[in-house]
Design a protein. Structure first.
Length: 258
């Protein structure tokens, strides 16, 4: 791909629906590599690569949600316009859920573009929930929170050289989350699937329900065994759930729907 914003981890783009995946705070496009490889071969899975990590390490990371969303939406609009007949959906986990939602809102404001077939919003409640002053966290607070949530190689957090590589992106992402404020807005017409782990310390199943207020379309919650990063342990079940909701097959494997 020519865009610096997206990565593919499958041999071919496929001719089926496109799934655009937004990583968690401190995460990179590779967070979705295994999920991309478990989805049907026809899917075209684009994983967002935020600045400030991996091959974009030397770029300045964003410290606010709005400009990051505008930048991703501008790049994604080009991909959508280049294949106007291909249906697409957005999948975001944790911070990525907020970014996917706000990106969908920006795209909806550009009336000339087709809208996503569905939003998959994972590991976070609606935009007005869970306000935490993350922007006031120092490095020790950020690392303590990362350890609490899991999902990151804990040995990496104890390696000073590796820690130096990941901390700038973590600091920026936590600042972006801490300074974000939901300003209100009309519900999207796009259907929403909210996904959560049943023992996520960051959110409850009830928090997942709060996304329903942000869509006038179909809404469902799918609950999986596990904590905040349940999806890394439930890849086949998550892939089946995404496939079912996106293709309308109603596939549920290892998840409960509410």
């Amino acid at each position: 791909m020519t865009s610096t914003w997206f990565r593919r981890f499958t041999p071919a783009a496929g001719h089926g629906p496109r799934l655009v995946c937004f990583p968690h705070a401190g995460g990179s496009a590779t967070a979705f590599k295994d999920l991309a490889q478990r989805l049907p071969a026809g899917f075209d899975v684009l994983c967002v690569q935020y600045p400030g990590r991996q091959d974009r390490y030397h770029e300045e990371p964003f410290t606010a949600v709005a400009p990051l969303v505008e930048a991703v939406a501008a790049e994604l609009a080009g991909e959508i316009a280049a294949a106007p007949g291909r249906p697409y959906a957005l999948f975001g986990h944790s911070m990525g859920a907020l970014l996917a939602f706000e990106t969908a809102r920006v795209l909806a404001g550009r009336g000339e573009l087709p809208q996503p077939r569905r939003l998959f919003l994972s590991g976070r409640g609606g935009p007005a929930t869970g306000r935490v002053p993350y922007h006031l966290f120092d490095d020790s607070d950020v690392l303590a929170d990362v350890r609490r949530l899991g999902g990151t190689d804990q040995a990496m957090l104890e390696d000073p050289d590796l820690l130096e590589l990941v901390l700038p992106a973590l600091r920026a992402d936590y600042r972006a989350l801490g300074t974000y404020r939901w300003q209100g807005g009309a519900p999207l017409a796009t259907p929403v699937t909210a996904l959560t782990g049943d023992s996520d310390p960051m959110m409850s199943v009830e928090d997942a329900d709060t996304w329903q207020a942000h869509t006038s379309g179909d809404f469902t919650v799918q609950v999986f065994p596990g904590g905040h990063f349940y999806l890394f342990d439930q890849l086949d079940a998550v892939a089946a759930a995404v496939t079912g909701d996106l293709l309308g097959e109603g596939v549920l494997t290892g998840a409960s729907a509410t």
